[in-house]
Design a protein around this ligand. Structure first.
Ligand code: BGC
Length: 252
């Protein structure tokens, strides 16, 4: 039987867990979604995820996608999660407390790995930017299929917007908070994509997050002169990519 590993994707508002068939890059069973505890401290987040039956029932290494820069195994930023994550080595916590090996990585990087291997970016060469549009904006650039990890374009300044960061301007959260309709939000997103285009000249954008389910309503409104595709793996992309990263690291 081919490997099935647990993937966990921690977000600002929910934690998603899935059992992932590595060879197919597909979930086996449901994607479970739990509310992110408040405050979202490492102990509370990991306890919530690891006490779920899906986690206890899926042995072996696991992948943990997290909305922060993860360098040398430690969270180095904490934009939409509790500050107590700063400096935390989640793999060490999981090993000590739950006896599990873990690949700990940025959430957009995880979603990007999954989309490039099994989703909308399958076979795509050149410079591809996978962006996740959720509580924040995550970024994962690929060149000929190889990821440059830990980019933080959601915190980029956008020409003409002063001090406002890209994600405060055009995330899916901002769309709901300001009750923007699709055209108004697409115009903001277009400014962000335009800025990335001006600086990096990508060949393809792949846009994920829950809003990608409504891509037909806003995708055609974008005017950036680059091919834009909706992500294909839906809300499971981060969990799938996390499990793929664990498989690569530990090759069980
Ligand atoms: C974080 C990134 C993360 C993105 C999407 C941003 O606020 O800084 O690390 O990838 O949100 O969750």
């Amino acid at each position: 039987m081919s490997a099935e590993l647990l993937g966990i994707d921690v977000g600002g508002s929910s934690i998603k867990l899935g059992r992932v068939a590595i060879a197919r890059g597909e979930l086996v069973g449901e994607l479970v979604s739990l509310p992110t505890p408040e405050p979202s401290t490492p102990e509370r987040v990991l306890e919530a995820a690891m006490s779920h039956p899906l986690a206890t029932g899926c042995a072996g290494p696991l992948g943990l996608a997290f909305p922060a820069v993860v360098k040398a195994g430690r969270a180095r930023t904490a934009a939409n999660v509790d500050d107590s994550w700063l400096g935390v080595d989640a793999a060490a916590l999981l090993a000590d407390r739950w006896g599990r090996s873990c690949a700990f990585l940025n959430d957009a990087d995880a979603a990007g790995l999954a989309e490039m291997r099994f989703g909308a970016g399958r076979g795509a060469g050149g410079v591809v930017f996978v962006l996740t549009l959720g509580t924040g904006i995550g970024s994962a650039p690929f060149i000929d299929g190889r990821l440059m990890p830990n980019t933080e374009l959601g915190h980029m300044a956008v020409a003409g917007l002063g001090e406002v960061e890209a994600e405060a301007w055009a995330s899916a959260r901002t769309r709901s908070q300001l009750a923007l309709d699709w055209p108004a939000w697409a115009a903001r997103l277009d400014q962000v994509l335009g800025e990335i285009h001006r600086l990096f000249w990508p060949d393809l954008f792949i846009l994920g997050g829950a809003v990608s389910e409504h891509f037909s309503e806003w995708g055609p409104l974008l005017r950036v002169p680059v091919e834009v595709r909706a992500a294909a793996l839906g809300p499971a992309a981060g969990a799938i990519g996390a499990a793929l990263a664990a498989h690569e690291r530990y090759n069980p």
